[in-house]
Design a protein around this ligand. Structure first.
Ligand SMILES: [Zn+2]
Length: 413
């Protein structure tokens, strides 16, 4: 019987030594073990590369900001329940940031911009903080310290729809590469709320909502409009995913924002030589890195695609006499940039070592015959056994699969 608890990322994370928590570090503050750090690093590099290719440029900004910054952005009056209390620092108060938008708005504002520079796409994989109550914390999905894949596109009103649409395409491509399925697209609108949850400016909400509908309709994407799920400063498109237990969460978002450019008094110089207000498109491809990795663990049951796998190739000498050759194969794999490990005879019987490596995409068994001929008897994670092939061919095939970020481990020759 299918038991979704088998695929719970908290269980797999501990079993596979990916991440863990310590009561002294605190609830909702997981740490990453080396194998988990490899997955995270590979994912982050993938995102940066995809963003560079799509014309984004990366910045770094601090995880702290003065209280006045969040008063200006509106977080202080609309979002403070989710923020950590401010820290007194002499006469100042600083806050762990609840989002990256205010910093990026300041970076944009620090230089003058011509219409010729737009759309200006600013990206960052940066830390942010949320004061989740301990009762809802667990694993990587509800954490207090978040590494966010974020970007802000400063553009003209005429460019906003195209930029938002391109962001949705970037999300769809990333999902295909990562093996993530979108459960549904949601147009998140404000709800009936009198308690100051949303900024008040009906005209800006109406315009932003109309543009997001245009983006979705133009992309031919089926979506549902849901009230009460908007950001405090504007509506958004949310890409929803489900976990093995069927619970839904937001992974990716795209927003068209007229509010922050007003609050920060952003402008660009138009072709007419006059000052104009840019639009801010907020977008995240994979949302928080923590939630994305949690989802990847569950989606793949720990059997990551080869390019994301902590160990891509495990080398198994049958007996002590083949250990030296096994070490040589590992060295050659590492020199090619692959992640390879030796499972030595001292670690157990060959059968036990093969079982221990069941989530590793490629297993190379080296017996006497293989060692003599510079061969490896190849076993794949999916159960196929291509048999004895030259080590050079094995490394070439593993390298090609990783480089293409392919799902197919072994193509017919
Ligand atoms: Zn933002």
């Amino acid at each position: 019987m299918y038991d979704h608890r088998m695929y719970d990322h908290r269980r797999l994370g501990r079993e596979l030594d990916l991440f863990d928590t310590d009561p002294l570090m605190g609830a909702g503050l997981p740490y990453w073990l080396p194998d988990g750090a490899v997955v995270r690093h590979t994912l982050e590099e993938y995102i940066r590369e995809a963003e560079r290719a799509a014309g984004y440029r990366h910045v770094y900004s601090p995880v702290l900001g003065k209280r006045e910054l969040y008063e200006m952005s509106g977080h202080w009056s609309h979002y403070s329940d989710d923020m950590f209390p401010p820290m007194a620092l002499g006469a100042e108060e600083v806050v762990l940031r609840p989002s990256l938008c205010p910093h990026h708005a300041l970076i944009y504002r620090s230089r003058s911009h011509s219409y010729r520079e737009l759309p200006l796409r600013m990206a960052e994989l940066g830390g942010m903080y949320r004061s989740e109550l301990s009762g809802v914390l667990g694993g990587l999905t509800r954490v207090r310290a978040i590494q966010l894949n974020d970007a802000h596109i400063f553009c003209t009103l005429e460019q906003a729809v195209q930029e938002a649409r391109a962001a949705l395409e970037l999300i769809a491509r990333a999902y295909a590469d990562l093996g993530i399925r979108a459960a549904r697209y949601r147009l998140s609108l404000p709800g009936e709320d009198g308690k100051g949850k949303y900024v008040a400016d009906p005209e800006l909400w109406r315009r932003a909502t109309a543009l997001l509908r245009e983006v979705l309709d133009g992309s031919g994407i089926a979506y549902e409009a849901v009230e009460g799920e908007a950001a405090f400063y504007g509506p958004k498109i949310d890409v929803q995913i489900t976990d093995p237990a069927g619970r839904e969460a937001t992974l990716s978002t795209v927003q068209i924002d007229f509010h922050q450019p007003e609050r920060f008094d952003l402008h660009y110089i138009g072709a007419d030589g006059a000052k104009h207000r840019p639009v801010m498109v907020h977008r995240s491809i994979i949302g928080s890195v923590e939630r994305a990795v949690a989802h990847l663990i569950e989606e793949h049951g720990g059997a990551f695609p080869a390019w994301l796998a902590p160990v891509q190739l495990v080398v198994l000498p049958v007996a002590q006499a083949q250990v030296e050759q096994g070490e040589e194969v590992v060295r050659r794999a590492l020199a090619r940039g692959l992640r390879a490990e030796l499972a030595a005879p001292g670690d157990g019987t060959l059968g036990a070592r093969i079982r221990a490596a069941r989530l590793v995409p490629y297993q190379a068994v080296i017996g006497e015959r293989e060692a003599d001929g510079d061969l490896a008897a190849v076993r794949l994670r999916d159960g196929r056994r291509p048999g004895a092939v030259p080590v050079a061919e094995l490394l070439r095939r593993v390298g090609a699969c990783v480089e293409e970020r392919g799902a197919e481990l072994w193509r017919a020759a």
